[in-house]
Design a protein around this ligand. Structure first.
Ligand code: GRF
Length: 196
């Protein structure tokens, strides 16, 4: 696609958990006059704290069950209803169906809390990533922001940032360092990738 033909505006954030990244992205885009706007949050669990966070910030937040998520017509209707151009995965734990990957190819990003290709792939999410990093005696970890394609955690890397880890670090302290990187970089990288 010619870049000049592509004028994205609306972002959907897909999240399953606490939603600190979703909140940060909403604050970045929706409170300033930026070309991008978070128009929808999608969660796969009704008890995900991200739903409350989004609604408090005035962003529609919907729950989509696992079955609904794999229903092409339902998902395309939902994306159309909010005119979604860009999909951001921020701690979203369901496998993305092929029809969504296809439709949002080059327009869907994920954040992973390690320096991919290390500590990625099936089962590597949340605290488990940081436990594995500490158990292996790594001296660095960080974040990877990448495009989503059919290969889990393997899409084209857009951005990485790292932090030092020392012998005193625990999975908890590594997680907190990595979350600091997420807060510092994720929204800005989305902006620079799709809206500049
Ligand atoms: C983040 O660490 C992100 O990198 C990972 O899942 C976590 C989501 O955290 N993919 P939150 O729900 O945004 O607070």
């Amino acid at each position: 696609m010619n870049k000049s033909d592509f004028n994205p505006r609306n972002i959907a954030v897909f999240a399953s958990g606490s939603g600190s990244n979703a909140e940060n992205i909403i604050n970045y885009f929706n409170n300033e006059s930026r070309p991008g706007f978070v128009a929808l949050v999608v969660a796969n669990r009704a008890d995900a704290p991200v739903l409350d966070r989004a609604r408090k910030l005035g962003v529609p937040a919907v729950v989509v069950s696992r079955d609904e998520f794999s229903d092409q017509r339902l998902m395309f209707d939902l994306m159309d209803r909010y005119s979604i151009d860009i999909v951001v995965l921020a701690g979203f734990l369901l496998m993305i169906p092929g029809f969504l990957i296809e439709r949002y190819r080059g327009r869907m990003v994920n954040i992973h809390p390690s320096l991919l290709p290390k500590y990625g792939g099936k089962g590597m999410y949340g605290r488990r990533v940081h436990e594995a990093v500490v158990a292996a005696g790594e001296t660095r970890s960080g974040i990877t922001i990448h495009l989503v394609d059919e290969e889990y955690d393997r899409g084209e890397i857009i951005f990485q940032a790292d932090v030092d880890i020392d012998g005193n670090d625990t999975p908890e302290s590594v997680e907190s360092k990595v979350r600091g990187l997420e807060q510092r970089h994720f929204a800005r990288v989305i902006d620079e990738t799709f809206f500049r």
